[in-house]
Write a new protein. Structure first.
Length: 89
């Protein structure tokens, strides 16, 4: 997001980051971004409303999806600046 000149400053940074990430990473990441957004919503309920808990299966899936997103973001950043390589694989 920052590499593309965007800055979340509207008071809803988490949802803004999810939305812009989906736009910047393209259609093939829609499913993964949607899953990530569901986990963001679950996190909000857990932290702010104390509703429900995450089970180990949900946590494992969330970590796998987060890794997919991070790998794709790293690939996009490398296109903009090859010197910024971060080994996420």
């Amino acid at each position: 997001m920052y590499a593309n000149g965007y800055l979340p400053c509207d008071g809803q940074q988490h949802v803004t980051v999810v939305k812009i990430t989906g736009k910047l990473l393209g259609q093939e990441m829609t499913n993964v971004i949607s899953k990530f957004n569901l986990m963001r919503k679950a996190r909000n309920k857990f932290l702010y409303e104390s509703i429900g808990t995450n089970n180990p299966t949900e946590v494992d899936l969330a970590l796998k999806n987060a890794k997919k997103i991070l790998i794709r973001i790293n690939d996009e950043i490398l296109k903009l600046n090859p010197q910024t390589n971060i080994d996420l694989k």
